[in-house]
Design a protein around this ligand. Structure first.
Ligand code: FES
Length: 106
């Protein structure tokens, strides 16, 4: 079962077991994780699901699409090298992913 560790900007971490095929955003919203809004429901049009992926795990994920790259310019907190839109990260079997949520999301 995939696991995601969500750490907020203040250092609080919530660990949630999710379902294969769901996104990191969907898993967060369903479980009331602070700091991820997911306003557009995952249609890649809001950028309110911005997260920072643990740098050690960033290259293990599928690459960002061109549209995701463009949307990352519209996040409320400036993007970093390890920025992703969490609606674009699908949970896979055995995944044990660590992400940090930005201080501001909207
Ligand atoms: S939920 Fe809107 S871009 Fe990810």
């Amino acid at each position: 079962m995939p696991t995601v560790h969500y750490t907020s900007h203040d250092g609080t971490t919530r660990t949630i077991e999710g379902n294969v095929g769901d996104s990191v955003m969907e898993t967060a919203v369903r479980n009331g994780v602070d700091g991820i809004v997911g306003e557009c429901g995952g249609s890649l049009s809001c950028a309110t699901c911005h997260v920072f992926v643990d740098p050690d795990q960033f290259d293990e994920l599928p690459e960002r699409s061109g549209v995701e790259e463009e949307m990352l310019w519209g996040t409320s907190e400036d993007q970093q090298d390890n920025s992703r839109l969490s609606c674009q990260i699908k949970l896979t079997e055995g995944m044990d992913l660590r992400v940090t949520t930005p201080e501001t999301q909207v």
